[in-house]
Design a protein around this ligand. Structure first.
Ligand code: FO1
Length: 317
């Protein structure tokens, strides 16, 4: 069975860990968000691809959910001694090696798709990991910064440097309109037996992937069923800042509102079915009228075993 998953970082990686346990026989293709990518110190950092690769390959710092396990921070300290900016983004020594190697391969002319495949030869994530595009696309957040006024800043600056404390007035994927899907992305959607939207951020993760021309159309027209898993439980994001991002696009932070935001494929939308948590069961009732099949069950991804149960429920749906 061929399963294609669109994924952001931490939530997507956790879900896919469970999916692998639920269906060890499946050929899983993961289309990763690259709009969180950022160039720092001359190096290309791909947070979501790396979170997927390290998590599925067994090298993630589990408590944080990003970066390497058993990490040290000597390079960061040394850069700080020089007064090198920025100091707000946590790049560890082992993680730096990934970014150095990735950037050197890109400089040698390999595409991000080829580089990601090369990095995965080491990590063996057990899935085919594809960037959404080989072209530079960056999520920008428009904020009103004290003393600076209204301006667009990189997503990582908003989220990591400012801890999302300034209201996101709007969120855009810069460069998306002229981007093209990476090789293999459209085929993975068109040729899938099942397409899954895991509990990733609907705006800056899934939304960013869908901003690449051609990807949303491929999902709308694939013969495979498309099943989404709610990233919202009890009117709050499972993790991260989906509430602040949803507010920026005028969508309520509820499981049902996110389902309606994606919309039913029978009405020109993106999904056929939606899995939501038990605490949101009351709002499940009015989704069938919007053309969506719904199931309700526990959605907290507390352990790989409970996450495998969530994945099995999505597969049944
Ligand atoms: N998240 C943070 O909150 N603080 C950091 O300093 C930080 C550094 C970092 C370095 C490499 C990497 O792959 C991810 C990193 N993240 C960090 C996570 C990342 O900013 C976001 O959680 C994702 O981009 C959102 O999907």
């Amino acid at each position: 069975v061929r399963i294609t998953v669109l994924a952001g970082g931490i939530g997507g990686a956790k879900f896919i860990t469970g999916l692998k346990l639920a269906r060890p026989d499946a050929h899983i293709t993961v289309i990763g968000n690259t709009a969180d990518d950022i160039w720092l110190f001359g190096l290309k950092i791909c947070p979501d691809l790396d979170t997927l690769m390290y998590t599925l390959g067994g090298g993630i710092a589990t408590e944080k959910g990003w970066g390497r396990d058993d990490e040290s921070w000597r390079i960061k300290q040394e850069l700080a001694e020089y007064g090198a900016e920025p100091t707000w983004f946590g790049l560890g020594d082992l993680d730096f090696a990934t970014h150095i190697y990735r950037t050197s391969l890109l400089t040698n002319g390999l595409s991000l798709t080829q580089v990601t495949a090369r990095l995965c030869e080491r990590w063996q994530p057990g899935v085919e990991l594809l960037p959404m595009t080989d072209v530079r696309v960056e999520t920008n957040v428009v904020v009103d910064l004290p003393g600076e006024g209204v301006k667009a800043i990189h997503f990582q600056e908003w989220w990591v440097k400012h801890q999302a404390k300034y209201v996101a007035k709007s969120i855009t994927q810069v460069g998306a309109e002229s981007a093209t899907p990476a090789p293999g992305v459209i085929d993975a959607i068109a040729g899938a037996d099942l397409v899954l939207l895991p509990p990733s951020n609907p705006v800056v993760s899934i939304g960013a992937i869908l901003s690449v021309p051609g990807i949303a159309d491929a999902i709308k027209s694939t013969k495979a069923p498309v099943v989404g898993v709610s990233p919202i439980i009890g009117d709050a994001p499972v993790r991260g800042m989906a509430d602040a991002c949803l507010r920026a696009i005028g969508v309520d932070t509820t499981a049902a509102a996110v389902a309606l935001h994606y919309g039913s494929r029978s009405n020109g939308g993106l999904i056929d079915a939606w899995l939501m948590d038990e605490v949101d069961a009351a709002s499940a009732n009015y989704l069938p009228a919007a053309g969506l099949k719904v199931d309700v069950g526990p959605l907290w991804m507390t352990t790989p075993a409970t996450t495998a149960e969530i994945a099995k429920r999505a597969l049944r749906l």
